[in-house]
Write a protein that binds this ligand. Structure first.
Ligand code: FPP
Length: 241
């Protein structure tokens, strides 16, 4: 989408994916426990989704809990789950006001039943909202997603619903958790790390990648605009719009 931002006509990516990193370091800088950073990081999520919508982004996908995050100390995993629970509850109340359709990707079967029920409720109450699609990756891993897709695909071949010769990239994408969204044109990772960390492995094949030293709890609208400017610069460099 073309949109004027700060007086400049920009090409706004349709789908932005974010790795929200640096909560722990943000807390450490303040001599506070890591969970204090996670709480601050979760508080800014709602504002960022609203900013993204206002800037013209149609799909925003955030990495909230990876398949690897289970190996963190039990108290940290517990705190993250509590934050997610209260975030999901809040989202159910605010989805309509923020005009956002919320989806969760990842293997939710390992999450506690209460969180699973909240996810189902949130997806149900927001399914017809069409402002922005906000996707939360929860117990998500790119490799795990591909393996789960392969299992579903094999079952369809076995049951005669799919011919082996009919499998191509487009057909395979339809078995991924992201079956109903376009691939992200832009990935943002905060906190200075420059890795994909098993995030959207298939979907990020052609995405531009923007790495910033800003820690996630300090991320804001201006930082998002900087990322969009970077995306525009890259496009120009390769002769695009
Ligand atoms: C990385 O910081 C962040 C996470 C592992 C979790 C991200 C979760 C949130 C922002 C809160 C909950 C999410 C939602 C959608 C409400 P880190 O702990 O790896 O930071 P560090 O690298 O500085 O230690």
């Amino acid at each position: 989408m073309k949109k004027e931002i700060n007086g400049v006509l920009m090409n706004v990516p349709e789908h932005v994916a974010i790795i929200m990193d640096g909560n722990g370091r943000w807390a450490k800088k303040r001599h506070m426990p890591r969970n204090y950073g996670h709480a601050a990081g979760s508080r800014i999520v709602e504002t960022i989704v609203r900013d993204a919508y206002e800037l013209g982004i149609r799909y925003l996908t955030v990495y909230a809990f990876s398949t690897e995050n289970w190996s963190r100390p039990e108290s940290e995993v517990k705190a993250l789950m509590k934050l997610l629970e209260s975030y999901l509850t809040d989202c159910i109340a605010k989805a309509k006001k923020n005009n956002m359709r919320v989806r969760v990707i990842g293997d939710i079967s390992r999450l506690n039943p209460k969180i699973q029920a909240l996810i189902r409720e949130l997806e149900e109450v927001s399914k017809d909202l069409d402002g922005i699609q906000f996707t939360i990756a929860l117990n998500y891993g790119g490799r795990d997603e591909i393996v789960r897709a392969v299992r579903k695909l094999c079952a369809d071949v076995r049951d005669g619903n799919l011919e082996e010769s009919g499998i191509d990239e487009k057909r395979f994408s339809a078995y991924l958790d992201t079956f109903d969204m376009p691939d992200p044109e832009l990935l943002i990772r905060t906190s200075g790390e420059q890795r994909i960390s098993n995030y959207l492995l298939w979907q990020l094949a052609y995405s531009e990648m923007y790495f910033t030293d800003v820690l996630w709890p300090d991320f804001n609208r201006e930082e998002m605009i900087r990322a969009i400017e970077f995306y525009n610069g890259r496009n120009r460099r390769f002769g695009g719009v």
